[in-house]
Design a protein around this ligand. Sequence first.
Ligand code: IMP
Length: 461
Amino acid sequence: MSTSTADTTPTPAAANTSKRGVSGRASAVVGLQWGDEGKGKLVDLLARDADAVVRYNGGANAGHSVVVKGERYALHLLPSSVLHKNTHAIIGNGVVIDPFKLIEEIDGLANRNVKIENLRISDRAHLVLPYHKLEDAALENRLAGSQGAIGTTKRGIGPAYADKARRTTAMRVDDLRSDDRIREAVHRIAPIKTDMLRGIDPTSEAIDPERLTAVLISAAQRLRPLMSDTTFLLHNMLRTGKHILFEGANATLLDVDHGTYPFVTSSNCSVLGIPAGTGVPGHMIGPPAGEIVGVAKAYCTRVGAGPFPTELDNEIGNAIRTQGNEFGTTTGRPRRCGWLDLVALKYTVMINGVSALAITLLDVLRNTNGHLGTLRVCTGYDNSAGACTSFPPSAHSLVKCAPCYEELPGFDADITGARSITDLPAEARAYLDCIEQFVGVPIRYVSVGPDREQTIMIGKT
Ligand code: IMP
């Protein structure tokens, strides 16, 4: 992502000149594991310094929790910056938007006295409609118990992106601009989607185009004032010196091209999705003017199916799940828990060109009941071909990998009050050092609790 090859670190002003006349800067926050790394908190923290926070991928399958003054806000479609009055919240063209969910989320915040004034949604973004969710669920149900089931969130993400690629059965936000366009598109597409649904589950009910048209027209009336050509909006911001923060949803190991395919989501969750998902070219994102912050838990979790070499299907995994409250924000499903996989982390750091690491949930690894007295990190895999230290290209090869571990001493102290690296016990610091050395990128943030304040900033003033 970076265009810098110089030995000396340029000043922000000098760096900006190298970005072809653009005086603004763009940073990104991206998940480095299988999701739920605590990106929302990082975005919320960094959004204070940003003029806009932009979602570029995924849809309501994401679940971002932000805790402010003890109050938890669970967001699915809205960028985490909606809680910051003076920051634009932008949903880019790469996101698949469930219009009804979006309105529900906006209304939910309004009921808690959070008024959203700065939200803009791309008119190029695609829509997730009720039949996408039915198709998602029907396919998962049909495959249940087989090796093909992915364990999706059933939010219609895969079917909506499939329609986007197919084109003839897709609807975009722009189609909501007029009632006539909505009516025409729904009446054209609904019978085809009914046939497709019945191809998966012959008992599926027919989609009622009249009813869908009516509810979409009323949703469109709410959303029209928010629709915008966000591509031009973002380029104008960058030209006028603004700071844009891109917020990745889901995470790199779920990236449709670079994750553990086929057990992935249907979008490019890594920073590689930003150019296509927003219209901002890659050379304008990240260092030297901005940052690419990669977020990883101090351990690993995964929801849904798919290989997970360091999974702990035992009392240690249970201890992590209980201490970390590892249950899905979107679906409530218990998350699979395991040791930190440094091989996978090094790979996702590389894919994203991460310039700063954020390690979250370090406090969860506190040894409260004897299960976490010794911590393990995976530093290699063993498979039929022998030892390997590179991340394999598919789920089928990853499933054959057995983890090789390094052991480190655990820590007994409560670290939720730590605000500087020196407040941490030596064992916790050694754990962080081990991560940093293995992946070769500095740790800039350590999260020791859910609240904004429970964050250690390293090398930041
Ligand atoms: P989908 O995105 O609903 O199609 O789900 C595909 C896979 O990605 C499933 O295993 C989901 O559990 C997983 N997934 C999707 N979004 C997230 C997320 O935000 N956090 C964790 N897992 C996710």
